[in-house]
Design a protein around this ligand. Structure first.
Ligand code: COA
Length: 162
């Protein structure tokens, strides 16, 4: 995995990221090109691409606004999983968001996505509740969150007892 490089997103990556997202999520959860483009254009967007031999093999999109950051998606192509790549992408995104002032990171993941739930828990994310019919196909999601530092805002403190 040492030969996998993390780098900034470039507009020319859009099609490759769309294809990775389609491969990583079932229909109804995967983003359309238009949705991905919209997220990538948002203020405070961090998009990191993991590249092997010039080809994207994974990526993460997060939006950090003020003290709250939101992980929009984290995708690693199946053949590159369980080698620490998701962890590398996440740690770098958390580092960047913390440097930009984010104190709490939130995300949603399907209640049936056991690999992702194990991944987020390993990285200190806790469940804030179930979001019924969160996805367009009707699937439920867990809301999850993590405090990045001692200065976490009131939203994080409210949730910390759950
Ligand atoms: C979730 C995902 C990003 C993890 O990426 P990854 O590169 O395989 O993650 P890592 O190798 O860094 O895994 C770190 C830890 O997460 C946990 N984990 C990851 N995949 C797991 C699985 N299939 N089953 C159980 N635990 C898992 C393990 O604790 C793992 O550590 P270990 O390998 O030492 O046991 C990847 O499975 C993926 O892209 N899935 C499809 C898209 C998705 O569901 N994204 C997240 C949803 S919001």
């Amino acid at each position: 995995m040492d030969d996998i490089l993390l780098r900034e997103y470039q507009p020319a990556d859009l099609e490759a990221l769309y294809r990775i997202d389609q491969a990583c999520y079932p229909p109804g959860i995967a983003y359309t090109r238009r949705m991905l483009r919209w997220f990538l254009a948002q203020h405070g967007c961090h998009c990191l691409v993991a590249e092997l031999d010039g080809e994207p093999v994974g990526f993460l999109v997060a939006i950090g606004e003020g003290t709250v950051g939101h992980i929009v998606t984290l995708d690693v192509l199946e053949r590159y999983r369980r080698r620490g790549l998701g962890t590398r992408l996440l740690l770098e995104a958390e580092r960047r968001m913390a440097a930009a002032g984010v104190r709490t990171v939130e995300l949603e993941t399907a209640t049936t996505n056991h690999a992702a739930i194990a991944f987020w828990r390993k990285h200190g994310y806790r469940t804030s509740g179930v979001l019924r019919s969160y996805y367009p196909d009707g699937q439920d999601a867990y809301g999850m969150y993590k405090s990045l530092g001692a200065g976490a805002g009131p939203r994080a403190r409210e949730k910390s007892g759950i």
